[in-house]
Write a protein that binds this ligand. Structure first.
Ligand SMILES: [Zn+2]
Length: 276
């Protein structure tokens, strides 16, 4: 799933490889998918996209946004984006395929669920998650400082939550999901089930620093090793706590990493470093 490190990586690659290129052909909703969401009728996508030139792309929380000359494309966290060179194979199933004048193609494939959204310059696209991702400061920016972080977690309703729910749900921190969360909490030596209101002052500071440093490290390295980039390559940040390291020694203390099901997803922890 795309989280902030991957949205930034994909957007940088799209900007580098597709800026200035013009769409010559568009195929939308080629493979039926119950949980692929479009904006309006996908049959109208060729009219919006054909002849459009890619201006730039940016990562916004869990979204990848591509700005074209006469429309905007937006993909959310459940979409796999791949760039295919001229004459290269394209996936058999896809929910959007853009062919460019130089023979290259961009495919968007929805795994379990995902948004493949396109709107013309004269249309309005309203989505609460997209609006939130635009409005809130990213952990990669100076605006996301410790004062902001503490204010974000200060409401009583938030303080009652376990750390996993406080940090990685409701897009409280856009682009920080359950994937990035595991290494963030391990770095801060905090257990995901721990209630936010049990944290000492120094725990909150450690948590803030961990959010900043781990999200920045993951982004600078081109995303997490558990996710693929625009060319299908894994990201350069080696995730310490994930499905692949389950049962392996904690890089800090050597205790076996533990997997548990919690709040609709798996959590990975070190039972020694991250005390309940
Ligand atoms: Zn450990």
């Amino acid at each position: 799933m795309i989280e902030l490190p991957e949205s930034h990586t994909l957007a940088a690659q799209i900007s580098q490889h597709l800026s200035g290129k013009t769409v010559i052909s568009t195929t939308a909703a080629h493979s039926p998918h119950k949980f692929a969401w479009y904006h309006g009728d996908p049959a109208d996508y060729p009219a919006k996209l054909n002849g459009a030139c890619v201006n730039s792309a940016r990562g916004l929380g869990m979204f990848v946004e591509i700005s074209l000359s006469n429309c905007t494309l937006l993909f959310n966290d459940g979409v796999n984006l791949r760039l295919h060179p001229a004459a290269g194979p394209i996936p058999a199933k896809h929910q959007l395929l853009l062919d460019f004048e130089d023979g290259s193609s961009l495919s968007a494939s929805v795994a379990m669920y995902g948004g493949v959204v396109c709107w013309a310059k004269d249309e309005l696209y309203e989505n609460i998650y997209y609006a939130t991702a635009q409005a809130k400061p990213s952990p990669l920016t100076d605006a996301f400082d410790e004062t902001y972080f503490r204010a974000l977690l200060a409401p009583e309703a938030v303080r009652k939550l376990p750390l996993k729910a406080a940090l990685a749900t409701e897009q409280r921190i856009p682009g920080l999901g359950n994937g990035c969360l595991q290494d963030i909490l391990w770095e801060a030596r905090l257990y995901p089930r721990r209630k936010l209101n049990t944290l000492a002052e120094e725990d909150l500071t450690a948590l803030y620093r961990s959010v900043k440093t781990i999200m920045t490290e993951m982004t600078k390295a081109g995303g997490r090793s558990t996710e693929k980039d625009l060319f299908g390559q894994p990201g350069g940040y080696r995730v310490r706590l994930c499905a692949e390291t389950n049962g392996k020694p904690c890089p800090r203390c050597g205790a076996p990493i533990l997997k548990e099901a919690y709040l609709g997803g798996s959590i990975y922890t070190c039972p020694t470093c991250q005390k309940v």
